[in-house]
Design a protein around this ligand. Structure first.
Ligand code: PLP
Length: 453
């Protein structure tokens, strides 16, 4: 199909993130123009259900007037001031208060950033900083997990446990390690129960800590449910066992709530749903429902005390971004959290979860689907070549990408993570729209099956 004028100009000028730069030259991009509710519209006016909430982020959907007005009013009132060197402003203070109030574990202070990558990068720097302040400079290694996703800056991409983020980027940097991925369907052994698998994952972590030397291991980071790694829900009891290991060796625990935070799993924080009690938390995405790029690092008192010790030594806590706590972003985040509370968005999302998960599980019977998995309003369907043996399709067949393209024809935006199709709609989706979304998913699978045969 001939590319449109906009598509051609796009390819001439824009280097697209996370895109196959070779194939896109033939397919062109989907150029979107406007959006409302759960729908986005392309330049020809065709509507699509945004079945991925953008990139797991537009919890309140599109075209929310209140958020737009909040941004406009804040821009008129105080478009910018920073938080450096003793400056502050009301929206940042109130937002920090609100995040502390909502946190599932005791939080002392909130450090603002603009993205999930910046949040996790800051977490690493702060862990190193804290252990220097505490006089244990050798305790610096950070353990992440295979298939984790924590971002793309040099340090956060190192935490990420996916090959495409490391290969030929000369990553990961040293001192960042990856322990096993808690995906029972893929990595559970023949005859092993979920519980035994969870114990084995915890044992892997302990073995790694002992091998490296506990006095060299500073922190462990995990998403409650892995997102970009394929929507991996850990087996029951997993975090309990992992936490016991971390506590045994004085390993600081970080929860990456960038996707799971603010209702995605049916509670304010995914950690609560999975029984994970971290020391520190990273948030972004649904914090503003993606109306503004805002993230935050939520830290415990011991980390705050470390920043005081170091400030006395060097004269400042030498970390911060120009836009840390940007007043417009902070005002929009605050309004977003107000809407979540006032309109009971998170309780309502939890109430819709059984319907969403039932649709997902019903598709487990489809001939292409090896595993249907999810929790709350997020899930994935893993397509396999042979269900009894869980044999995967050859990567070069590109079936996941094919299915995504078919979904697009069906007026549905989903995302393939390899051959797993991720579904993560705005939390405001109605029960009728959930039915419609899964009708489109079912048609997509049927049409993909024709190709797979
Ligand atoms: N952490 C998690 C769990 C994520 O899913 C993402 C992005 O998808 C990030 C961190 C990185 O966030 P950003 O893309 O805003 O840098």
């Amino acid at each position: 199909m001939a590319l449109t004028n906009l598509q051609v100009r796009d390819l001439e000028t824009v280097l697209h993130p996370y895109t196959n730069q070779a194939t896109i030259r033939d397919t062109g991009t989907l150029v979107l123009e406007r959006a409302k509710g759960i729908y986005v519209y392309d330049v020809d006016g065709k509507p699509y259900i945004e079945g991925m909430a953008g990139l797991w982020c537009t919890a309140l959907g599109y075209g929310n007037e209140e958020l737009a007005e909040t941004a406009y009013e804040q821009m008129k009132k105080l478009s910018f001031t920073h938080l450096f060197g003793g400056k502050s402003h009301d929206p940042a203070i109130e937002l920090a208060e609100k995040l502390k109030e909502k946190a599932p574990v005791p939080i002392s202070k909130v450090f603002f950033v603009c993205s999930g990558s910046e949040a996790n990068d800051s977490q690493i720097k702060m862990v190193w900083y804290m252990n220097n302040a505490l006089g244990r400079p050798q305790k610096k290694k950070i353990i992440s997990r295979l298939r984790a996703y924590h971002g793309v800056t040099i340090a956060s991409a190192s935490l990420t446990g996916l090959p495409a983020n490391h290969t030929d980027f000369d990553l990961p940097i040293s001192g960042i390690l990856h322990t096993s991925c808690p995906h029972y369907y893929r990595f559970g052994l023949e005859g092993e129960t979920e519980e035994e698998f969870a114990s084995r994952c915890a044992q892997d972590l302990e073995d790694m800590i002992l091998r490296e030397g506990p006095d060299t291991v500073a922190a462990f980071i995990a998403e409650p449910v892995m997102g970009a790694g394929g929507v991996i829900v850990p087996p029951k009891g997993y975090f309990e066992k992992i936490m016991a290991v971390c506590r045994r060796y004085d390993v600081y625990m970080i929860a990456d709530e960038v996707i799971c935070g603010f209702g995605r799993l049916g509670e304010w924080f995914g950690s609560s749903v999975l029984g994970y009690k971290p020391d520190a938390i990273s948030v972004a995405k649904a914090l503003t429902s993606a109306y503004m790029p805002v993230g935050a690092v939520m830290i415990p008192e011991e980390m705050y005390q470390a920043t005081i010790i170091e400030s006395k030594k060097t004269g400042t806590f030498g970390h911060g971004f120009t836009y840390s706590g940007h007043p417009v972003g902070a005002a929009v985040a605050l309004k977003t959290l107000e809407i979540y509370e006032r309109d009971r968005i998170i309780e309502k999302a939890a109430a819709k979860a059984p319907q969403f998960q039932a649709h997902l599980q019903a598709l487990a019977d489809h001939p292409l689907v090896g595993e249907a998995r999810g929790v709350g309003l997020v899930g994935a369907l893993e397509m396999v070549a042979h269900k009894p043996t869980k044999k995967a399709f050859e990567a070069k067949a590109g079936l996941g990408a094919y299915a995504t393209a078919i979904a697009q024809e069906e007026g549905l935006i989903i995302r393939n993570l390899g051959d797993s199709l991720a579904i993560c709609p705005p939390l405001i989706i109605t029960p009728e729209e959930i039915d419609d979304l899964f009708d489109r998913v079912a048609r997509t699978l049927d049409r993909t099956l024709d190709k797979a045969k």
